[in-house]
Ligand binder design. Structure first.
Ligand code: TYD
Length: 139
């Protein structure tokens, strides 16, 4: 699994469609390639606002537009790719060592994040140059 999931990847989540409202569920290690240690969500984000602007050393995440939409721009120190998320049943798997910017939030959107580890400031690269230098050392 690790080999296949080295890069970012769109993950289709199970969807139980129902006229009363649809339901999606996520089980650690089954629908995401890690045990879920933490869940957080961004909400009340003003339309057009941006978040992110950091990378993680070891943390793996699945990012979902639980409501509304936004762009996730990922940068592995060499290449950039942009993922537009606007479905409650589609997640973006973000491996460690990817600089991320979350942009163009629609107003009222909710960004749900499943994470493989508890919060740790020591796991962050807060400066792009520091991140890029670490990528160069790894290569
Ligand atoms: P941060 O990850 O920097 O969010 P963004 O890059 O979108 O601005 O987190 C913002 C603040 O929230 C920062 O002070 C750390 C704190 N925080 C926690 O305490 N626990 C968490 O699980 C997260 C994600 C953030």
């Amino acid at each position: 699994m690790g080999e296949l999931l080295r890069g970012p990847k769109i993950v289709e989540l199970p969807r139980i469609q129902d006229p009363r409202g649809n339901l999606t569920f996520i089980e650690g290690s089954a629908h995401v390639p890690f045990d879920i240690a933490r869940v957080y969500y961004l909400y009340d984000v003003p339309g057009g606002e941006s978040r992110g602007g950091h990378a993680h050393k070891e943390l793996e995440q699945l990012i979902i537009a639980a409501s509304g939409s936004f762009d996730v721009v990922l940068d592995d120190g060499r290449d950039q790719s942009t993922f537009f998320l606007n479905r409650s049943y589609t997640g973006l798997y973000v491996p460690p060592m990817h600089w991320r910017e979350l942009e163009n939030f629609s107003s009222g959107s909710v960004c749900l994040v499943l994470a493989s580890m508890p919060y740790s400031e020591a796991d962050y690269y807060r400066g792009y140059e520091e991140f890029a230098a670490a990528v160069r050392v790894d290569q």
